[in-house]
Design a protein around this ligand. Sequence first.
Ligand SMILES: Cc1cc2nc3c(=O)[nH]c(=O)nc-3n(C[C@H](O)[C@H](O)[C@H](O)COP(=O)(O)O)c2cc1C
Length: 195
Amino acid sequence: MAARRIAVIVGHPDPAPGRLCRQMAQAYAAGAAEAGHAVRIIDVALIDIPHLRTKADFETGSGQGDIAAAQETLAWAEHWLVVYPLWLGAMPALLKAFFEQVCRPGFAFRYRDKGFPEKLLAGRTAHVVVTMGMPAFAYRWFYFAHSLAALKRNILAFVGVKAVRDTLVGMVDGLDAVKVAALMARMREAGAAAR
Ligand SMILES: Cc1cc2nc3c(=O)[nH]c(=O)nc-3n(C[C@H](O)[C@H](O)[C@H](O)COP(=O)(O)O)c2cc1C
């Protein structure tokens, strides 16, 4: 398989190395790097992410500092891995703040006089991984995975990134060491396959 350029977005606000999301992202990144893919990591817990407060800032400002660097990585990558824990039914606010900062007009999409905005990040793919306390089937079938659908349709697809895969990991708070090891092996494999 041809080497791909991959951006791993660690969407957990807690920088503790023991967080399952962070471990899964690192396993994926390690598997990808070992297989010869080029990997860059954006860890939302480690970068400066201001809160977007106005439409004017969204439309006329541009990313600065860490946000500009993250935009450069997102544009460079052909494939994104996005990993986050489900918090109050959705992605953590810090990760949403990150997407609000990076997915600005002029970088991620362009308004047109008429019709749907132009998708400036078209051609890229994504794999989204969500961990949660509830069983994964409950989130998918009882809640219709609504926040995952919003990420895929209203953020990723909106800017041209096609979510080709999602992985829901449920009941994570009680995972034993054997299950964690199996999960890490799965993430390594996914990284090696760049999917
Ligand atoms: C603030 C907060 C809100 C949470 N809300 C939910 C929720 O709505 N649904 C759910 O299934 N789990 C919820 N959880 C459990 C987390 O999803 C779970 O602890 C996390 O996925 C574990 O991964 P981590 O080790 O990377 O933090 C919540 C946890 C926290 C801290």
